[in-house]
Ligand binder design. Structure first.
Ligand SMILES: [Zn+2]
Ligand SMILES: [Zn+2]
Length: 155
C-alpha cells in the first residue's frame, strides 16, 4: 500500500475518533447539567451514530486496503473489492488475507512484475536471483552476504 494512502487512513481514523470523543463529551456534559430531559437519549443517539460511522470507515478502509494490496499482488482487484464490500461482517476481508498471493517483485531488466519466488522474469527471462559464487546457493538481489555460507556477494 502506498504511504500516502496509509497516511490518509490514519488521519481519517483519528478524525473519527476525535468526533466520537467530542460528541460523547458534549452529550455527557449536556446530560449531567440536566438542561434537557432528552440528555441520556441524545447521548445514546449520538453514540449510535458515531458507532455506525466508525463501522462505515472500517468498511471503507478495508475496501481501500484490498484495492491497493490486491493490485500490488497481481490479483483480481474488482473481484476482491466486491467480495470485501458485500460479504457481511468483514468475512470477505479475512478470506482475502488467507488466500492472497505473495507480493510481486519488479524485474530489473524489463520493469514488469514477476512473482516474488520467481528465479527468472516470466516476461524477458532475465535472472531475478543471484547465485553465491562460493556455495552456489540462491540469493536475493539485495543480499550483501550469502544466507547459506556467509560469503561476501559484493566483493
Ligand atoms: Zn523482465
Ligand atoms: Zn554461499
Amino acid at each position: 500500500m502506498p504511504k500516502s494512502t496509509l497516511r490518509f487512513l490514519v488521519i481519517t481514523y483519528l478524525f473519527v475518533a476525535a468526533v466520537l470523543g467530542a460528541s460523547l463529551g458534549y452529550a455527557g456534559a449536556a446530560g449531567a447539567l440536566g438542561r434537557s430531559m432528552s440528555g441520556p437519549f441524545l447521548a445514546l443517539f449520538i453514540f449510535a451514530v458515531c458507532f455506525a460511522l466508525a463501522l462505515l470507515w472500517a468498511w471503507l478502509g478495508a475496501i481501500l486496503y484490498v484495492f491497493y494490496d490486491s493490485r500490488a499482488r497481481g490479483m483480481d482487484v474488482t473481484l476482491w473489492v466486491l467480495v470485501v464490500a458485500f460479504v457481511p461482517y468483514l468475512i470477505g476481508f479475512v478470506i482475502y488475507f488467507v488466500t492472497r498471493k505473495p507480493l510481486l517483485q519488479s524485474c530489473r531488466a524489463c520493469g514488469k512484475d514477476a512473482p516474488r519466488e520467481a528465479v527468472h522474469c516470466p516476461h524477458c527471462g532475465a535472472p531475478l536471483k543471484r547465485t553465491c559464487p562460493s556455495c552456489k546457493a540462491t540469493a536475493e538481489p539485495e543480499f550483501g552476504f550469502c544466507a547459506a555460507c556467509g560469503a561476501n556477494l559484493n566483493p
